[in-house]
Design a protein around this ligand. Structure first.
Ligand SMILES: Nc1ncnc2c1ncn2[C@@H]1O[C@H](COP(=O)(O)OP(=O)(O)OP(=O)(O)O)[C@@H](O)[C@H]1O
Ligand SMILES: O=P(O)(O)OC[C@H]1O[C@H](OP(=O)(O)OP(=O)(O)O)[C@H](O)[C@@H]1O
Ligand SMILES: [Mg+2]
Length: 298
């Protein structure tokens, strides 16, 4: 592998892989991806993408084997605790928190069990893939438990008689429900993050990162912003602006043949809910259009 090319580690397949690929593509990277290949070359920039299991990403970054990595904060924190325990290096920099991979690490017990707080887990068997995060959480609360380490299918452990409860990732809660479990305590909230090695980088690599970060931030900002166009009565402009978050400096234009109304264009930092649109209408606004923004640079 060419050491002058920036190396980014990403999950090969799973919950983060599609979104991570899409985000890099939206930053202008042309990724020549072949499903069977573990390294994908970026055609238009000196970047290589390493496609690995998500568990390996924090270690690859902390050991300086890759320059950047995209991983869930849950895996990052778990790896950090594990490596600290083993007295291995744990240095990394968070370059950007991302807007996908949102989930929580939660404790869950069988639905029929009456929940009387974490103290009731004392001496119980808990199945998890995240023993370090779980141990930290329970130790802070004076609870000693018996870990049952599983790397997948954690939710079936109680029914299979392997454990009394579980500690696993939840987003919609459908997997817990399908396995007769209820979420009783959230122990960690997570999203995907872009991290960088603390090793000194070649200036050429640093320059690529300096180009990528504003693009990435522009994409993330654009994704949560909307371009709003509407017609507004001139005497209600302040009230109408106040309903649209982040819309401090709207563009105001005259409307041909109408002296009472103006056209108003606004970049709002949040999407507009139906309820807000209804309030705008009550204030006399009309022709309200909400458009997605593809890219942004301030
Ligand atoms: N239900 C979910 N909703 C949203 N994000 C999730 C969900 N489950 C997991 N994640 C996030 O995505 C990451 C990857 O999850 P996935 O289930 O694909 O991991 P995995 O099975 O360990 O994959 P790998 O084969 O790479 O080890 C998790 O560590 C977490 O940050
Ligand atoms: O609350 P929910 O929306 O049901 O999501 C939670 C499930 O999602 C994740 O697994 P995933 O589906 O990624 O499969 P895996 O365990 O095989 O990796 C996680 O490990 C849970 O099992
Ligand atoms: Mg994994």
């Amino acid at each position: 592998m060419d050491s002058k090319r920036l190396r980014i580690a990403m999950q090969k397949s799973g919950r983060l892989s599609q979104d991570s690929q899409a985000l890099l593509k939206s930053c202008g990277l042309k990724i020549n991806l072949r499903e069977d290949r573990l390294i994908a070359h970026v055609e238009n920039m000196p970047i290589d993408i390493l496609r690995v299991r998500d568990d390996d990403i924090p270690g690859l970054v902390m050991d300086g084997v890759v320059d950047l990595g995209v991983v869930g904060e849950n895996v990052l924190e778990e790896t950090m605790l594990e490596r600290a325990r083993m007295e291995m290096p744990v240095d990394y920099k968070v370059l950007q928190r991302l807007d996908y991979g949102g989930c929580r690490l939660s404790l869950a017990v069988p639905q029929e069990q009456v929940w009387e707080g974490v103290a009731s887990l004392n001496g119980k068997r808990i199945a998890t893939t995240y023993p370090n995060l779980l141990t930290r959480y329970l130790a802070e609360r004076g609870v000693k438990y018996k870990p049952v380490l599983l790397t997948g299918s954690v939710e079936v452990a109680p029914r299979a008689g392997l454990a009394d409860g579980i500690c696993d990732l939840v987003s919609s809660g459908a997997t817990l429900e399908a396995n007769g479990l209820k979420e009783v305590e959230i122990i960690y909230q997570s999203k995907a993050v872009l991290i960088q090695t603390c090793n000194e980088l070649d200036p050429a690599k640093q320059q690529i990162i300096d180009t990528l970060i504003p693009r990435l931030q522009g994409m993330l900002q654009a994704r949560e912003s909307k371009y709003i166009m509407l017609h507004a009565p001139k005497d209600k402009l302040a009230e109408i602006s106040a309903l649209m978050p982040g819309a401090e400096n709207p563009t105001i234009m005259n409307l041909a043949g109408d002296t009472n109304h103006v056209a108003m264009h606004v970049v709002s930092t949040e999407t507009l809910f139906w309820e807000t649109m209804e309030k705008l209408k009550d204030l006399g606004a009309s022709s309200i259009l909400v458009l997605p923004i593809e890219k942004m640079m301030e």
